[in-house]
Design a binder for this molecule. Structure first.
Ligand code: KIV
Length: 271
């Protein structure tokens, strides 16, 4: 039974509890105050201030260029809007892989300057020292395995990950390592559904999927993709709930016409 509407503030404990009770966790991205208000009002459980902001907000090809200062600006804007959802912020590329002290300093800046609830970072064994050190400061960490967009130049494509046995086994090992280290949840991106289901069954922390099938504990989508603001991106896993690109260009087009033909403003729209 879903009790999510009665919860006043979603914490990491609430999210863990949802897995125990078998209630699916809803998660979506947001990068600004207005969208944060909309998704929180709609009742989303978790808001991810994702480094996908680099793509959808800034127009970069990859997530690599976004900086810690820019992520902090986006996250603080979202946090100001949110009353109920748990807000998780991505540590951007280059702010946690170098060494664990740098990782902790980055995570502390996010928590201090945005007042978000948790951070997320990509990778398993390779970044486990960083994860452990961040956790020692009492900062909740969400892991991210499978397709990890910050490593795009290592893999060269955004295709489905862990189809081969060796990569699948590494992913399972990494998921267990993240659980043991103390991560409160894990995102699995673009991996075979059977593998994601197996991971969700084998670890006790919530597994939130994107392109990872229905056998996990929750789902996450990029807001601009599911609203159809981004009309050039149509992976198989994406369900579009609106076609806002068409709606919005149409509305702006009508405004342009009204300005050009003198219809706007009319008598009631002036002083
Ligand atoms: O940055 C992001 O939006 C993400 C999601 C795709 C999980 O990491």
């Amino acid at each position: 039974m879903s009790v999510h509407k009665e919860i006043k503030k979603v914490t990491t404990h609430v999210v863990s509890d949802m897995k125990q009770r078998g209630e699916k966790i809803s998660m979506i991205t947001a990068y600004d105050y207005s969208m944060g208000t909309i998704v929180d009002t709609a009742g989303i459980d978790v808001i991810l201030v994702g480094d996908s902001a680099a793509n959808v907000m800034a127009g970069y090809e990859t997530t690599l260029p976004i900086t810690l200062d820019q992520m902090i600006y986006h996250a603080a804007s979202v946090v100001r809007a949110v009353k109920r959802a748990l807000v998780v912020v991505d540590l951007p590329f280059g702010t946690y892989q170098g060494n664990s002290h740098e990782a902790l300093a980055s995570a502390i800046r996010v928590m201090k300057e945005t007042e978000a609830d948790a951070i997320k970072l990509e990778g398993g064994e390779e970044v486990i020292e960083s994860i452990r050190r961040i956790l020692t400061a009492g900062i909740p960490v969400m892991g991210h395995l499978g397709l990890t967009p910050q490593s795009i130049h290592k893999f060269g494509t955004y295709t489905v990950r862990a189809k081969e046995e060796a990569e699948a086994q590494k992913l399972i090992n990494d998921a267990k390592l993240l659980e043991e280290a103390g991560c409160f949840a894990l995102v699995l991106e673009k991996i075979p559904a059977d593998l994601a289901t197996k991971v969700a069954k084998e670890i006790s922390i919530p597994v939130i999927g994107i392109g990872a099938g229905s056998g996990v504990d929750g789902q996450v989508l990029v807001l601009h993709d599911m609203l159809g603001i981004n009309n050039g991106f149509s992976p198989r896993f994406l369900r579009r709930y609106l076609n806002l690109f068409t709606e919005m260009t149409g509305a702006v087009g009508r405004y342009i016409d009204d300005v050009k033909n003198g219809d706007f403003p009319n008598e009631n729209e002036q002083y």
